[in-house]
Structures are given as C-alpha cells and as structure tokens.
Write a protein that binds this ligand. Structure first.
Ligand SMILES: Cc1cc2nc3c(=O)[nH]c(=O)nc-3n(C[C@H](O)[C@H](O)[C@H](O)COP(=O)(O)OP(=O)(O)OC[C@H]3O[C@@H](n4cnc5c(N)ncnc54)[C@H](O)[C@@H]3O)c2cc1C
Length: 598
C-alpha cells in the first residue's frame, strides 16, 4: 500500500476531490474559523481507524465531526494531504483516495463527495513515523547478513532458542495474546514486524488445533481471495474453499515462518491488572508448570464465542441415547440408520445435518427461530466482481475499500442487497419455505451481513444443506422443545420425536464472558459487551455504537484489548491494534477520543 511519500501528483486527480482536500486541510489548521457546513453535507459520516481518534469510531453528522476536531485537532496535527493515484478504484469526479500525515503516523483516506461536500470520509493509520515495520529496505542489519568470519558467532537458531528460553521467564513479553487462532497469530505476526515482544499462549497443543478439532466435513465459507494472511498470501494453486485441516496446517506453518513466539498446551487461568505498576499479573499453567506472566498489555483473542451453550431442557438427563454439543461433533460415521435430531438452524446445524445425511442417518433439524440463508454459489458469483478477486489485487487496499462504507449507510445498502438476492434466488427461497423451513432476511430485512455484525449468528451460508431440506431428505421440525424423554424429544405442540442422537448446535456464550471468567465480574461489567453495533435488534441491544463494540480498540480497562472476527477482519484490524500497542510501547502520545469510561 502506498504511503504519503509514494503518492501521485495532485494534477491528475479529479478537481473536486483535490479542491475539497485543500479546504479540508485549511479547516483542520484553524478549526475555530472553519465552516463545517461547507465541507460536510447535511448527512455525513467520518469513519476513523486510529488516525485521528486513536480509536475505531464513526462520527455521524457535522456536529460530531466538529467536536472531534476541536478536541483532537491540535494534538493529532494532520497535514500534507495529497491526492493519491487517480488510477485507483473508487476514484472519479465525486470520490478519491488521498494520503496524509499526523504528528506520529503516515495515513490514508478516502472521501465521497455529494455536491462538493463530504458524504463519507474514511481515515486510517498505516504506519508510525520512525517506528515502521521492518522489511524490504529496512531488513534488520547487521543480523540479516551473516556471511562473515567471527569466532563465537551466534546463528539464527541460537537466537530463536534463546528467545524460547527467556521469554516469559527472565524476559517478560510486552504483550500477551491469549488465543492462538488466526486472530492471535495475525496480531503476533504484525507485532513481530514492529519489534513488539509478544507471546501467544493457547490451551491447545499446536496452532491450528482449533480447526483440526472441528467436524471433518468443514470447509471455509469464504473464497480464498478473502482469506489471505498478512505478509504471506496463499499460493495461487490454492483451492477456492479451504478445508479445515488445510487451514489448520497453514496456521501452524504461519506461526513457524513468521517466528511467532507460541506456547501451546498453556491455559490462562486468571489475570489481574495492577494500576500502579501498569502491568498485568497473569496466571498460566503450561503442562505441569504454573507460571506468572507480567505483560503490560493483555489481548484476548479467545474467539468470538465463549463456552458452549446448551439450553437447559427438562428431562435431558434421562435421555438414553447420545447427546452432545455441535463443537464435539467430529463425523457422521457410525450414525447410519440412527434417528438424529439436530437442535438449531444456523451454519453448524446445517453442516452437521449434511454430514449425518451423508452417512445415512435419519436427520431432523429442530428449528426454533428463523434463519437467514444465502447461497454460497450466488455469493461466489457476485464476489468475482470484487476488487479482492482481481489478479494482482493489493489485499490491504482491498480491505480498505471494503471498509469504506460506515455501518449506518451500510444498513440501507444491505437492505437493497438482500432484496437483490431474494429476487435472483426467488425460486430457491420459495422451495425452501415450502419445505417448512422458517426463512427470514433479518428483523429489518438487512440480511446475512448485518446478522454477522450484530450478533455473529442467525444465518446459514448454503453449501448444500438447504437443498436437502427443500427436497425433504433432511426434515425440519419448527417450534419450541418442551422436554426430553428417555427416547426422544417432546415439542411444545405436543408432538413427540423419537431419537437415538441429539446434537445441540445451539451456539456459544458471548465473548465478554471470557473477561468475567479470566479477570473478574467487575471488569466484565465495566468493559461491557463485545461485538454488535447497538442496532436495537434482537441480540444487539442499543444504544447505537456505529462500530463493533470493544473490538481492536481501547476498552474501559486499561491494558485490555480484544482481537477477533473472521479472517478478513483479523487481517485488517490486526494492523490497527498492532499500531496502538506499538505506539504505547514507544511512549508516543495516544490521545484516545471517546474512550469508554473506566
Ligand atoms: C462452519 C464454519 C465455517 C467458517 N468459515 C469461515 C470462513 O470461511 N472465513 C472465516 O474467516 N471464518 C470462518 N469461520 C469462523 C471463524 O473465523 C472461526 O470460528 C475462527 O476460528 C475464529 O478465530 P479466532 O482466532 O478468533 O478464534 P479461535 O480459532 O476460536 O481461537 C481461539 C483460541 O483461544 C484459545 N483459548 C481460549 N481460552 C483460552 C484460555 N483461557 N487460555 C488459553 N487459550 C485459550 C482456544 O484454545 C482457541 O484455540 C467459520 C466457522 C465455522 C464454524
């Protein structure tokens, strides 16, 4: 991604954008004299990723924008706004990319104009000035060159072994990352390049074991061009959809190649923050050893979901067959002829129904609430047009393009997109509904994407399950479960479903519960919910936040951070979190705007 030094000349950029940038920079220099109504339209949004706010927030409306600049403008010291390469996508008479600097960082932005005034502005930090990532011409020297004659010279392996011996013992990591899934590993890779000593710990033995433990038939739902890891894209013979064991191997390989300091079989049991010392005391068990780690920063990358959630159903203890949570489902092998009830109707429920059907079980899905379904085939066709899918796409730039739409206008966009999907897949949706499946498109018809951002649940990306349901090969029973008997389920409508196996695809406890479990209920209360936008829809109570709560940004607890989400989000936002951590380690000023009250 180009930085201010690499920016193109202003001459070729559409004049409206260039002119707006000049006016904007002038206003930033003298905000008290600025007329924001000339710069921003009646409806306007400014989405900032760390650059101006040391936070991830969307400001809605001119007053919010003026208030932020009043508070942050002087300390941020933004300047040198230069239009970016006019050949970039999303550049025309009414929009364009630009680069700029702050007192501490090189940054990039994009503005969409309506009648000469900004409708959407996005700004993002790219790198800290004087604290850039190592790489390219800044490859570490002289250690990068080992071709010399020197007695007692230490090799790369000596260095790695020395780090393994000391980190977490005589040398404390600046940052401790709990959780070594793709989120923990991507953040650690970025911190490594920034020279921030970080240690990743995971209860599982090896990176990737979380994926290995999932059911055999699982393939990623996103196509490969969305799934690249920072610094290390997949080779181009990679399959479009990656098997869970292949992605597991990739995680293990990534951790090794990126020289991530990783302790497997290490459980974090408790963490307490010492305000005076400004550091955490973290209790971990590593094998048979109990250790105390003292990082300055603690990142929970423990997964969006907490413990398995199994609803309390009267009589469950009496059931004579097998019953277990979806997380413990490995394969449908051995279930031939068995009457299997799968409780739940989202992604895992569907995948497990398919797996059981493939192994000749008699499968019924128990659906309590409606589910949003999108066809993977349709999504794949549409995603071919994305910049991400183009040959030679700059993945970091693609992430920024994808983020150029703040959540409030995106809600409107998603309504339209959902209508579009319903229209092109009308025949499919019709057949699915006819089978008795309770289909919906979200409380406010905003579909699958908003369901993901609001509560990371409530949807299925159809990779074959819907066809089995539509054709009646997997049955659906709608309604509430009243109780469990020795040999089946009693539904609230009085019907009885005989069963040999019950699988609970009923989800997980929310992420914030990790805080209560590992730190304290007080800190959990103080920090509040993670994820969700505050849309006021079911599972995502208000007030409106406009960005995902607590993710990748300062929380109400000093030194506590959350890194989570799918691979795309992990890749994009791990940069933002890494920069915030690096700035703190270097003692740079990091004035946080709208920090949650502690
Ligand atoms: C069917 C299905 C399809 C999916 N498809 C995609 C897809 O196509 N693209 C995509 O991006 N995502 C996909 N996902 C979703 C998602 O990205 C994954 O669930 C992913 O594993 C989340 O990564 P993570 O790093 O946040 O958490 P996890 O992979 O859950 O890792 C968290 C780690 O934290 C560890 N941990 C937790 N507590 C502690 C503790 N106290 N001490 C030590 N370690 C601890 C755990 O052992 C675990 O290894 C899919 C998920 C499913 C189920």
């Amino acid at each position: 991604m180009s930085t201010p030094e690499g920016a193109a000349s202003a001459a070729a950029m559409p004049t409206a954008v260039s002119a707006w940038l000049v006016r904007f920079e002038t206003a930033l220099k003298a905000p008290a004299q600025a007329d924001w109504s000339q710069l921003f339209g009646e409806e306007c949004y400014w989405r900032d990723f760390v650059a101006f706010t040391w936070n991830i927030i969307t400001l809605e409306g001119r007053d919010a924008i003026a208030a932020m600049i009043k508070e942050q403008g002087a300390s941020i010291g933004a300047s040198a706004f230069v239009p970016d390469d006019p050949s970039l996508p999303m550049t025309d008479e009414s929009q364009g990319w630009f680069t700029f600097k702050t007192a501490t960082a090189r940054c990039r932005g994009h503005v969409q104009l309506r009648e000469g005034r900004a409708y959407v502005l996005i700004t993002t930090m790219l790198e800290l000035i004087g604290h850039e990532e190592i790489g390219g011409s800044s490859r570490p020297r002289p250690d990068g060159i080992e071709h010399r004659a020197e007695k007692g010279r230490r090799t790369w392996l000596h260095g790695r072994n020395e780090t393994a011996r000391t980190l977490g013992h005589s040398v404390q990591p600046y940052c401790l990352i709990v959780g070594g899934g793709h989120n923990g590993l991507m953040l650690a890779a970025r911190l490594k390049r920034l020279g921030v000593p970080a240690l990743v710990i995971d209860a599982l033995e090896k990176p990737g074991d979380g994926w290995r433990a999932r059911y055999d038939s699982l393939y990623l739902h996103d196509p490969v061009f969305l799934d690249h890891f920072p610094y290390l894209p997949f080779p181009d013979h990679w399959p479009l959809y990656t098997s869970k064991d292949k992605i597991a191997d990739w995680l293990e390989f990534y951790a090794r190649v990126m020289e991530i300091d990783f302790w497997g079989s290490t459980l974090c049991t408790a963490a307490r923050y010492d305000e005076q010392a400004g550091e955490w005391t973290v209790a971990v068990t590593r094998g048979n050893e109990t250790l105390t780690l003292r990082p300055k920063q603690l990142v929970l990358a423990t997964g969006l979901s907490g413990a398995k959630h199994i609803p309390a159903i009267p009589g469950a203890e009496r059931f004579r067959g097998r019953q277990y949570h979806a997380a413990d489902h490995r394969s449908g092998a051995g279930f031939a002829g068995k009457r299997c009830l799968v409780v739940g109707s989202n992604n895992s429920a569907h995948d497990i129904c398919v797996d059981l059907w493939e192994h000749d079980a008699q499968v019924t899905m128990i659906q309590r609430s409606p589910t949003c379904v999108v066809r993977a085939d349709t999504m794949r066709e549409l995603s071919k047009n994305l910049y991400y899918a183009q040959a030679g796409a700059d993945i970091d730039f693609a992430d920024l393009m994808f983020s150029a739409n703040p959540f409030r206008p995106r809600t409107t966009f998603e309504k339209g997109f959902t209508d579009y999907l319903r229209n092109i897949d009308a025949e499919f949706y019709g057949r699915l509904e006819k089978s008795g499946f309770h289909l919906w498109h979200g409380e406010d018809e905003t579909g699958f994407f908003m369901a993901y951002y609001r509560r990371a649940a409530g949807y299925y990306i159809d990779v074959g399950g819907s066809e089995l349901i539509a054709s009646g090969q997997v049955k659906v029973n709608r309604g509430e479960i009243a109780g469990i008997a020795e040999d089946g389920l009693r539904m609230a409508d009085g019907s009885f479903l005989p069963a040999d196996v019950i699988v609970y695809a009923t989800g997980y406890r929310p992420m914030h519960e990790w805080v209560g479990q590992l730190i304290s209920p007080e800190v959990e209360r103080k920090v509040g919910r993670c994820w969700g936008l505050g849309s006021g829809t079911e599972g995502d109570p208000g007030p409106w936040e406009g960005e995902l709560r607590n993710m990748w940004k300062p929380t109400a607890q000093e030194g506590l951070w959350f890194q989570g989400g799918n691979i795309m989000q992990a890749r994009f936002h791990s940069l933002h979190l890494a920069l915030q951590l690096k700035a703190r380690m270097e003692g740079l000023p990091t004035p946080v705007y709208r920090r949650p009250p502690s």
